[in-house]
Design a protein around this ligand. Sequence first.
Ligand SMILES: C[S@@+](CC[C@H](N)C(=O)[O-])C[C@H]1O[C@@H](n2cnc3c(N)ncnc32)[C@H](O)[C@@H]1O
Length: 214
Amino acid sequence: MGREFLTIFDDWAENYDDTVSGLDPEYSRVFAKYEEILEAVVHHTKGPVLEFGPGTGNLAKKIIAAGYEYIGIEPSKAMREKFRKKLPKVSLYDGDFLRYPVFSIPIQTIVSTYAFHHLTNEEKETAVKKFSKTLSDNGTIVFADTMFRSEKERLNEVARAKKQGYTTLAEDLEREYYPTITFLKQLFKRNNFTIEMHQMNDFVWLLVAEKKSE
Ligand SMILES: C[S@@+](CC[C@H](N)C(=O)[O-])C[C@H]1O[C@@H](n2cnc3c(N)ncnc32)[C@H](O)[C@@H]1O
């Protein structure tokens, strides 16, 4: 599990960058301030950096431009091809949040945008335990993703999308594993991280979790 949505991304890869630039009205609120969100992730980054689900490489490009050593893990073949066109010489592996190589360099930051919600809550728990082992001492996790204050807030967005005729967005919000903020805070705290969250748009929050020293 964890890779169950890959056909969606294989199909989306070709016009994904149009969507994030706001051309798809169904997703314009989800990707509002997209560049600012990626820049906020870079702001909290220390190197070397491991990214999960880099898609077409938009965050990777900014991390590399900021001078950090970078490794990407992307399960969708079509997304990897798009990434390699943008960033031909950058380290990029097939893998996912739960299955990835062991690296010889110390990983100081794990980043991911718009991807962690593809794991069930149980898989998120397994992933965070593994991240803790992958990260060097005092390492940081910086995620930006859709999450909600409550289930009610998610259901309100589903209802709003259906009312607007945004069926793709409504199905997405019903199908994938969008967590609540409370769940994520507890998840990181019980795995020995301190955590801060900041709202970036109506859907996306920035999560910065620092690994406490043992
Ligand atoms: C909505 S796109 C986000 C792409 C990019 N991070 C961005 O912010 O534009 C989600 C990405 O997560 C990847 N993905 C899906 N399931 C995943 C998993 N289990 N582990 C890692 N990445 C996954 C998809 O292939 C896709 O590239």
